[in-house]
Write a new protein. Sequence first.
Length: 223
Amino acid sequence: MGANTLGKRITLALLILALLLPALPSSGAVLAWGSRGEQVALIQQRLRQWGYLSSEADGVFGQATYDAVKAFQRKNGLTADGRVGRATAEALGVSLTGGTLSADLWQETELSLLARLVSGEARGEPYVGQVAVAAVVLNRVRHDGFPDTISGVIFQSGAFDAVWDGQFDMEPTDASRRAARDAMNGWDPTGGCIYYYNPRTATNQWIWTRQVQLTIGQHAFAI
């Protein structure tokens, strides 16, 4: 067999192999309907965290995940195509690197900010009350009337006294860290409240017009 003929056969074999094998992920990897694995599960966990997905994070990109991704994209001004490319992944707080989806430092930063807020606002409250304060922040993130990120909600002008009176700058307690993480993992003792206040010290008359749903410790939680 001549070298030229052998070369042609090798080229043809490689071409056939390339057509038969599934495409390998690249730096421009996209997760879409039909994708499976840990990468999809991580995306699902983030969608569950922000209230876009109610089903389990099973690692299978199906109808529920597709709908959740589109809803997230619409709210965040992204192309609502139901596919998770780099822009959507970054908006979710994760990064696509060489086809491998890895947790970004963003999540830990947001968790730290939330813990500081809880410590400043609810230090000394029952543990469930600390989780409830964290849950209010996350409920605001999901609400159309507030910023779409934890940091945006926390630093919204005049939103939380602790941010402006210096308590936010103190090292958060261990309990506040656990409370923040429990809230980010889905525990909401308030049932969806977006406000809370201490009836004994509140001076803002408007807050008294909110419908109180429950009281935990010294805080009334309202919608």
